[in-house]
Write a protein that binds this ligand. Structure first.
Ligand code: ZN
Length: 484
């Protein structure tokens, strides 16, 4: 921040055409020979021939400049600790999901949250994410910890009226405590106030009643009202598992989407993570509903996080259909790694496999979802695109990197071949946070060491948390047998 920076002579740029796109509401465009200048964290020039002065000059030759990605759904305080534990775990008698039997067993100690969060943000920054939504339990110092990494953070403290568990691996029980949910909502409001007040100007908030099946309708409605009052969004996990679909239809005789509509929150400004199990999903046999049409008509956004689901054989049906119908859709990294480019590639793979055709889940669609799509889902018009007046949140890609060759189409080279290896620099709010591929703000060796320590503690407590008393070798056997 402070002073003027110009990235001069970028060989390629992803610029913004305000009248472009299929509906004329704007679209990304390739351009060559572009100067990008910014001051006080805001873009003041995007185009050829910047003639103003500059305090800092960055050479753009051999580089593509593009907008930073917007990650609208992540759980960085816990997910990094699950690496090597739950990649191939789902409950065969609970709809293949890992949510009910395994997530509580592998939960890391709360003291590990700051380390896990830094680790996840390191991965995000290196893969070009400049804004992310952090869906975590509320904790002290959260705002400062995220702000210190240099990223732009939308903090979404999660709270709920019930806790789920399984005592037999084939049914889920809900332990209700409505007052707990109300206290959670109250403390979430305080946290969001603190985020809004943070001097960095990079922190903000989102309302987060955790899951459709663990919150009372009153808690969800109060959260939505609070989000509207503040002009922010609300995010809730819904239509994310077969168990939840059956639970909601069992309770109410309505699908999760119908029930959200019934209680008045299926509207613009609500984000559903993950919106998979609509009544017309091939795993659901519930013909007498119109979830997809309702979703389209409502303007409700969807947070699409394919990585955590494909590991369990589950996929959205299908991302190209959702986007073509106009459902506002952004991408998230619901699990480790928090490598956004990896997630983006999986979104294309899963989308085409589910559609059974190559012309769905196109590169253009998913690049849109990862940038402007995510920005619009969280009601931000000043990120996800390189336009004068927007935040100086941008990424430099090394076009000369061997993995980018032959270099005909830089976005394709980046997404299908090079991945985060070709990302050299990331600016957030005008500050260079990633420099020459290194994250300036995070000591990754120390962070990884801490994460290893906390994972060891998690593993040591698995047997007492598992309903069947199983140890780690039974729950998550190693890939290969060990010979010594
Ligand atoms: Zn999630």
């Amino acid at each position: 921040m402070g002073g003027k920076t110009v990235i001069r002579g970028c060989d390629w740029a992803v610029t913004w055409n305000a009248g472009g796109g299929t509906d004329g509401s704007g679209g990304h465009t390739y351009a060559h020979g572009v100067d990008v200048a910014f001051e006080d964290g805001v873009l003041i020039h995007v185009g050829p021939n910047y003639t103003g002065d500059a305090d800092i000059e960055v050479d753009g030759s051999g580089r593509m400049v593009m907008p930073g990605f917007v990650d609208i759904h992540s759980h960085p305080s816990s997910e990094p600790g699950n690496k090597g534990l739950n990649e191939e775990l789902g409950s065969p008698k609970l709809g293949q999901s890992g949510l009910y039997e395994y997530m509580p067993v592998f939960r890391m100690l709360p003291e590990g949250a700051p380390h896990a969060t830094r680790f996840a943000i390191w991965e995000m920054l290196k893969s070009g994410v400049t804004t992310f939504c952090d869906l975590s339990g509320n904790r002290e110092n959260w705002v400062d910890e995220v702000a210190d990494t240099g990223i732009r953070g939308v903090l979404c403290p999660m709270y709920r009226s019930a806790v789920w568990s399984t005592k037999n691996g084939h049914s889920v029980v809900y332990d209700w405590d409505e007052a707990m949910g109300e206290r959670g909502l109250e403390s979430a409001c305080a946290l969001i106030d603190a985020a809004d007040r943070h001097p960095s100007g990079r922190m903000s908030g989102m309302m987060g009643p955790s899951q459709i099946d663990t919150c009372t309708p009153a808690l969800i409605q109060a959260s939505k009202a609070e989000a509207e009052r503040r002009g922010i969004t609300m995010q809730i996990h819904a239509a994310q598992s077969i168990v939840e679909f059956n639970e909601m239809t069992g309770r109410h005789g309505m699908t999760p989407i119908e029930w959200l509509d019934d209680i008045g929150v299926l509207t613009s400004g609500t984000i559903i993570g993950h919106g998979i199990f609509l009544n017309d999903h091939p795993w659901v046999h519930w013909p007498n509903a119109n979830d997809f049409e309702r979703l389209v008509a409502s303007g409700t956004a969807v947070a699409h996080c394919p990585n955590v689901f494909w590991r369990r054989g589950i996929a959205l049906n299908h991302v190209g259909r959702y986007m073509s119908a106009g459902i506002p859709l952004g991408l998230g990294t619901d699990t480790f790694p928090h490598n956004f480019l990896h997630e983006l590639e999986i979104a294309m793979v899963a989308g085409r496999l589910m559609a059974g055709t190559f012309d769905q889940a196109t590169t253009e669609q998913l690049f849109w979802a990862g940038t402007v799509g995510g920005a619009r889902a969280i009601r931000r018009d000043d990120i996800g695109k390189l336009e004068v007046g927007c935040k100086a949140d941008l990424v430099l890609v090394d076009l000369t990197h061997p993995y980018m060759q032959p270099m005909r189409d830089p976005i394709r080279s980046l997404l299908y071949s090079a991945g985060d290896r070709a990302i050299t620099d990331v600016f957030v709010d005008g500050t260079r946070v990633v420099d020459g591929g290194e994250v300036r703000t995070i000591d990754i060796e120390a962070t990884a060491a801490k994460l290893n320590e906390f994972q060891k503690v998690t593993i040591s407590g698995v047997r007492k948390r598992d309903w069947a008393g199983r140890g780690i070798e039974d729950l998550a056997p190693m890939v290969l047998p060990t010979s010594d």
